[in-house]
Design a protein around this ligand. Sequence first.
Ligand SMILES: Cc1cc2nc3c(=O)[nH]c(=O)nc-3n(C[C@H](O)[C@H](O)[C@H](O)COP(=O)(O)OP(=O)(O)OC[C@H]3O[C@@H](n4cnc5c(N)ncnc54)[C@H](O)[C@@H]3O)c2cc1C
Length: 376
Amino acid sequence: MIGTLIIGGGAAGLYASSLLPDATILEQNEDCGRKLLLTGGGRCNYAHNAAVPELLPHYHGSLPFIRKVLYSYPPDRNIDHFRRLGIEPVDENGKIFPLSGDSHSVRDALMSHRPAIIHGRAVSIGKHDGIFIVSTEKGSIEAERIIIAAGGNAYPHTGSDGSGYALARMLGHTVIAPSPALAALSLEPSLGKAEGVSLDITIAMGKTAVTGSAVITRRGISGPVAEDFSRFLNGRKERITISFSDEDIHTLREKHGASLLKNAIHIPPRLATALLGSIGEKRIANLSKAEEREAEGKLHRHPFLASPIASSAMSTRGGVSTAEINADTMESRSVSGLYFIGDIIDVDADCGGYSLGWAAATAAIATESISGSSGL
Ligand SMILES: Cc1cc2nc3c(=O)[nH]c(=O)nc-3n(C[C@H](O)[C@H](O)[C@H](O)COP(=O)(O)OP(=O)(O)OC[C@H]3O[C@@H](n4cnc5c(N)ncnc54)[C@H](O)[C@@H]3O)c2cc1C
């Protein structure tokens, strides 16, 4: 019988395995860490180096749970672990990348102890007489402890197809309905005529507002601000506003009355034309009061209908309820010997190395608890 079986050889499962080398990984793909290889544009932004209070606003979910996890395993412990594995960090404004500039080096480092891997797909799981029995299409596996590290349901072609949620449910856990996060947005009306333009914008919905850089696409917007905002749409189409500029046209009139509006405002002309239409072609001094108001409405809090483009989502909002997981150990509160780590938990994070930091922290807490309790 296996001591600890890790279901999922992605970022979290591999990290756990690097700290608990005797564990066995069950991975449905022929190779491990497919999503990990795609991270950071192939460079792998594996951590975000900042003090925990600065990290907290970038995580979404139960604050007490998140706080406990991050204080238990802050980024410096993660970066040190990678150093021990031979990965030297490069810090780009807090975003940590490997010196190699190649995500393969991160995956290889996490697997340098040559973990035992069973290739197969966990299709069902149960616990009988204190033993976990995991069924795969090739047969069943018995284990004393299980770490579920099967990810969320973003980028399903990398293996994280949401099947981990079904396994959690089979063991009696509640799964908060998953929806896309870190996704590009589709907008109605679209700004397709300005496709390719990049600029800083603020997206708002009710009291929620996110500011950052965006790229206009044929269907809507992409870039960090769209990705960080997408989780708040909860997978739905919602009314939002976008502020493209905070310039006051009344003030512009005093300074640049003779200029065409589209040339005087500080947004790229192609976007100005797409947003303002014929008003943009007028000299500012000639704008009527109504046109001035209309232009401000289009620049400052321009209304759109927005929905996340699910196929572009890099992360998942929702997952196994944190109320049912002990944040000190990552162990299920109802099934002893069962642990959850990584994206499968109902916590998601902004772009910038926070998600892989979460995978690492939850993996480390689970493995420290297992090593401590089993005397490994
Ligand atoms: C394009 C892209 C870029 C990203 N860039 C960054 C970045 O730079 N920095 C950052 O912090 N985060 C980034 N992320 C997010 C990051 O990749 C995830 O947070 C991280 O991979 C989550 O790790 P995980 O182990 O929980 O899940 P995953 O990495 O998704 O791994 C889950 C594993 O479980 C396996 N599995 C699933 N179900 C079963 C089953 N039933 N049986 C057996 N095996 C199963 C899967 O095949 C997979 O290998 C990015 C994500 C994407 C998509």
